[in-house]
Design a protein around this ligand. Sequence first.
Ligand SMILES: Nc1ncnc2c1ncn2[C@@H]1O[C@H](COP(=O)(O)OP(=O)(O)OP(=O)(O)O)[C@@H](O)[C@H]1O
Ligand SMILES: [Mg+2]
Length: 173
Amino acid sequence: MWLLERTSRDEDTTRRIGAALGRWLQPGDIVAVQGPLGAGKTRLIQGIAEGLGVTEPVQSPSFVLIQAYPLPGGGKFYHVDLYRLENPEAVWALGLWDLFDEMAIIAMEWPERAAGLIPEPYLRVTLIPLDDTVRHIRIEAVGAFPVERLRALQAMMDQERYTPGSPDPDHRP
Ligand SMILES: Nc1ncnc2c1ncn2[C@@H]1O[C@H](COP(=O)(O)OP(=O)(O)OP(=O)(O)O)[C@@H](O)[C@H]1O
Ligand SMILES: [Mg+2]
């Protein structure tokens, strides 16, 4: 299984890892972002939106569950937050399937709430809090993600440099 791991020591680093991902994403891509409350899922997704060139501020969708943002090149970015989804069946009423068909780019918080219903292949990002500010970040491909694209992502992530204020031990030059 393809796996990329990083350590983030502050929210800005998490945002920048998201932005790198965002620059790599293509129409039809789905990113499931999981981790406990306050892990930094929304921060990472704000970075994804920035990398995609979304200019509107991205907030947590909270009560609406799905928030759409137009992309500069056309098409849409959807920020989905399933935290308040009552049961997996309720996901059908949301119209998520229309989004999947639309070839939009989707980033989803609390994808566990729709377990087994997200079409493969997709990218799964897991944020694991190690203490107040340190997060272990795992990026995995679920299903048969095109190998060339994963190679490109790996190469791009390997080139990312973090500022001295937020050293990344996995990632020194
Ligand atoms: N390395 C880090 N990466 C991301 N956030 C961090 C980090 N260190 C501290 N934080 C703090 O953790 C919080 C993360 O909030 P965020 O809303 O992104 O979490 P979330 O995973 O989306 O939570 P929820 O499940 O409630 O939606 C922010 O207050 C942020 O400042
Ligand atoms: Mg959130």
